[in-house]
Write a protein that binds this ligand. Structure first.
Ligand SMILES: NC(=O)c1ccc[n+]([C@@H]2O[C@H](COP(=O)([O-])OP(=O)(O)OC[C@H]3O[C@@H](n4cnc5c(N)ncnc54)[C@H](OP(=O)(O)O)[C@@H]3O)[C@@H](O)[C@H]2O)c1
Length: 305
C-alpha cells in the first residue's frame, strides 16, 4: 500500500528496502457486511511484490519505499474523523471502473483484502454504521465485533467496544432471529417512520433491537437520520450504503465524506452505481483528501469542501 495523495517525501522514494512492515495476522479485516467472515473476493490478493520487484530485464525495479502493508493503526490515523462536536456522516463504498457497485447482487466480488482492511478500520473508528435494510438482507449483516486493534483508540475517544449497526427500514421486514439482532455487543438500532407497523416494531424490540423514529410517515427522512443518531450520542457515523440509501443522503445534502474504493475491474451489465434515486439539480463537488493504492485498487477519500 502506498499513499498517492497527499504526496509525501516517501511517495517517489526508490528502493525495495522500505517494504515489509506487516500488520499482525490476527488483525486482518472482516468481510463487508459480515464483521467476522473472510474478506470479499475470497482468498488474499496475489502477492503483488513479485511482478514489481524486477524490471523487464530481470533487474530490480524501483519500488516506492512506502509500498508495504499498512498497520491498522496507520490506517486509523489516516482515516481519523475530524475533531468536531458536530456529527459527521461518512460513506464507504466500492465501485468497479465502469461504475458497478455490485456483481450478482453483492459487493464482495469487486472488493479485495485491503478494501476489507479499510472497511474494518472505518468501522473501528465509527460510533454507528448506518445501512439500508436491503444491504442487510443481501449481504447477511452480522453485528460489528470488538477488535483489539481499535480498543485503546475507542476507549480514549469515549466509544463503546464496537459500533452500533443502525438499520434503516420502512417495512421492518427483517429476520429478527439473526445474530445482528440477538447477539450484538451493543444493541442494533432500527430507524423507521412513526407510521411503521407496530407489530414489527414490537417484534424488533422483543429481539433486543432499539427502534428509533426518524420520520413522520412510514419512511425515514434521510435528513433526520444524523440528528436522531446524534441525540443518542452517536456522531461519528459511517454509512455502508446501499445505493438506495446513499442516494437519499446525497440528495438530502447530509453526506460529509465519501471513502470510495475504485476496483480495477470492468463488470458491464446493468449493475447499479453507488448512489441511486433522483438526480441532483447540479452535481455537488467534493474535494480530494487522500488516495491510497494497492494492487491496482485505489482507496480514495473525498470530503465536502
Ligand atoms: N458497492 C458497495 O460498496 C455496496 C455497499 C452496500 C451495498 N451494496 C449492494 O447494494 C445492494 C443493496 O442496495 P439497495 O440500494 O438495493 O438497498 P439499500 O439502500 O441497502 O436498502 C434499501 C432498503 O432500505 C430501506 N430504506 C431506504 N431508504 C429508506 C427510507 N428513506 N425510509 C425507510 N426505509 C428506507 C428500505 O427497507 P425496507 O424494504 O425494509 O423498507 C429499502 O428497501 C446489494 O446488492 C449490496 O450488495 C453495495
Amino acid at each position: 500500500m502506498r499513499s498517492l495523495f497527499p504526496v509525501t517525501d516517501q511517495t517517489p522514494a526508490r528502493g525495495p528496502e522500505g517494504r515489509g512492515r506487516a500488520a499482525p495476522a490476527d488483525d486482518r479485516a472482516p468481510g463487508r457486511g459480515d464483521d467476522r467472515a473472510p474478506g470479499r473476493g475470497g482468498d488474499r490478493a496475489p502477492d503483488r511484490g513479485d511482478d514489481r520487484a524486477h524490471g523487464r530485464g530481470g533487474e530490480p525495479a524501483p519500488a516506492p519505499a512506502d509500498d508495504r502493508e499498512w498497520s491498522l493503526d496507520e490506517l486509523a490515523d489516516r482515516y481519523a474523523y475530524p475533531e468536531t462536536d458536530r456529527p459527521v456522516l461518512r460513506a464507504n463504498m466500492v465501485s468497479t471502473l465502469d461504475g458497478a457497485a455490485m456483481h450478482d447482487g453483492r459487493s464482495q466480488p469487486i472488493s479485495c483484502p485491503t478494501d476489507m482492511r479499510i472497511f474494518g478500520t472505518l468501522r473501528g473508528l465509527a460510533d454507528a454504521v448506518v445501512v439500508g435494510a436491503e444491504t442487510v438482507r443481501q449481504e447477511g449483516y452480522r453485528p460489528a465485533r470488538a477488535r483489539d486493534a481499535f480498543a485503546e483508540r475507542r476507549a480514549a475517544a469515549g466509544q463503546g467496544p464496537a459500533p452500533a449497526i443502525a438499520v434503516i427500514s420502512a417495512s421492518l421486514d427483517l429476520d429478527f432471529s439473526l445474530p445482528l439482532f440477538t447477539e450484538p455487543l451493543v444493541p442494533t438500532l432500527l430507524l423507521t417512520g412513526a407510521a411503521a407497523s407496530a407489530e414489527r416494531r414490537a417484534a424488533a424490540e422483543k429481539a433486543g433491537a432499539r427502534v428509533l423514529i426518524a420520520g413522520e410517515g412510514r419512511t425515514v427522512e434521510p435528513g433526520q437520520v444524523v440528528d436522531v443518531l446524534a441525540e443518542q450520542g452517536l456522531k461519528r457515523l459511517l454509512t455502508e450504503g446501499g445505493p438506495t440509501l446513499l442516494g437519499q443522503f446525497v440528495a438530502a445534502d447530509v453526506l460529509d465524506e465519501l471513502c470510495l474504493t475504485v476496483s480495477p475491474m470492468l463488470a458491464a451489465g446493468d449493475a447499479r452505481r453507488i448512489a441511486g434515486g433522483p438526480r441532483m439539480t447540479l452535481p455537488e463537488r467534493f474535494s480530494l483528501a487522500s488516495v491510497l493504492e494497492e494492487d491496482g485498487f485505489l482507496f480514495t477519500r473525498y470530503r465536502r469542501p
